[in-house]
Ligand binder design. Structure first.
Ligand code: COA
Length: 372
């Protein structure tokens, strides 16, 4: 039997030019994440992930125009949301269904021609922001808000969500958060997207599958649970007793640990600083202080460091974003990476079909049901 690598740890399953994690440093197409987070717009990062180079002014303007053009959804999507609202589904469940539903309105959904795919990536990237924002509004009994062509992608998302123009500080913070979550080499959901389209299935199927993968608490679902943990803890004084109990029960602490980073997640420092600033501005510093105390104890007791999900939770919470939208927002950002992985997979496809070591029973004979 060949050696089993549980969770495919350390297995090289693809070649990519989209992003890399080398010596605990994350780069997108060769650009350090620090450089991009400090300087870029999320739209430039989308273009970079799809084309392996930054856009010039004209290309960026064209991309923004297309994104804006695709942001409006069919009225049938909004009425569909009303059904989900009656069923009280989680926004990630609603997103998984509605991303799939988007294909109904794209007559070329199954066209995997190389020339057609980049446009589909832009289309899905535009619509996923509108899906998350308008689902949130419809379930609150509010009218969806149409995008504003003068706003960036980050600003438009917040505008469509809340119906008010966001502040410059919010736009800057949200733009950075979108960049930081945009891609991460062969993470579970990107691999899911690649597996899905490697059968030559369509891009909507790949993104639907990826949303399903991101939803889990060991992946993107961790950020919402970080916020539940902070609320369960409730005060700075309760951090230690809460963690002692969690350690005794061998509970996983959400927002800590990583398969690849063992010396810390390079994205966490930005989110930590954003969390410090925004919790202070909104009078919720105790949430930040609790987070720092949790991180200190986790490092000391378990050698575990915060990942991207830990401080992003308090950042989004302080922006007034409902907690169950944290993971859908992660999906909005990660769609840039997922679509890039789908483009790359389909540009040089071979079906992904590994093997399994069979460890079940052998040499059995069928028994009639009455004999069982
Ligand atoms: N809390 C407590 N213990 C943790 C932990 C956490 N968040 N993350 C890892 N550990 C422990 C494991 O229990 C395991 O201990 P053991 O060897 O005594 O069994 C050890 O550290 C190794 O962890 P493992 O689960 O094998 O790592 P992995 O590479 O399979 O999983 C994660 C990586 C991210 C799934 C894992 O760290 C985790 O579940 N984190 C919490 C969820 C999360 O924040 N996900 C977002 C990722 S960006």
């Amino acid at each position: 039997m060949a050696e089993l690598m549980r969770g495919l740890e350390g297995v090289i399953a693809a070649e990519t030019k989209i992003s890399s994690i080398i010596d605990s440093q994350l780069t997108y197409a060769g650009y350090d994440i620090d450089d991009l987070t400090e300087n870029a717009q999320f739209e430039e990062v989308m273009f970079l992930l799809w084309n392996y180079r930054l856009p010039n002014q004209q290309e960026l303007a064209e991309l923004k125009e297309k994104l804006f053009g695709y942001m409006t959804l069919s009225p049938r999507v909004y009425s569909h949301f009303e059904e989900y609202t009656t069923d009280k589904v989680h926004p990630m469940t609603a997103l998984r269904t509605s991303v799939s539903y988007l294909a109904h309105f794209d007559e070329n959904a199954d066209d995997n021609d190389q020339a057609a795919l980049p446009e589909r990536a832009i289309r899905i990237q535009a619509k996923i922001a509108s899906l998350v924002a308008s689902f949130s509004r419809v379930r609150e009994g509010k009218e969806p808000v149409k995008p504003d062509p003068s706003l960036s992608y980050a600003a438009n998302f917040l505008y469509m969500l809340r119906g008010e123009k966001p502040t410059d500080v919010e736009i800057e913070g949200f733009n950075k958060a979108l960049i930081l979550h945009a891609d991460h080499e062969l993470n579970a959901s990107a691999f899911t997207a690649r597996c899905s389209v490697s059968s030559l299935s369509d891009m909507y199927s790949g993104i639907t599958a990826a949303v399903g993968s991101l939803k889990g608490p060991l992946h993107g679902g961790a950020n919402e649970r970080v916020m539940s943990m902070l609320f369960d803890i409730g005060s700075l004084d309760n951090v230690e007793p809460y963690l002692e109990k969690a350690f005794a029960n061998k509970d996983k602490i959400m927002g800590f640990g990583h398969r690849v980073y063992k010396n810390g997640d390079p994205r966490a420092k930005y989110l930590k600083e954003m969390s410090r600033k925004i919790t202070e501005e909104t009078g919720q510093s105790e949430l930040f202080e609790m987070s720092v105390k949790i991180a200190d104890i986790l490092e000391k007791e378990k050698g575990l460091l915060p990942n991207v999900d830990f401080y992003s939770a308090t950042v989004y919470h302080s922006m007034g974003i409902p907690h169950d939208l944290f993971t859908p927002i992660f999906a909005v950002s990660r769609t840039a990476g997922w679509t890039a992985h789908i483009l790359e997979q389909l540009a040089n496809n071979r079906i992904i079909r590994p093997r399994a070591n069979y460890v079940g029973e052998t040499d059995r004979k069928y028994e009639p049901i009455e004999a069982r």
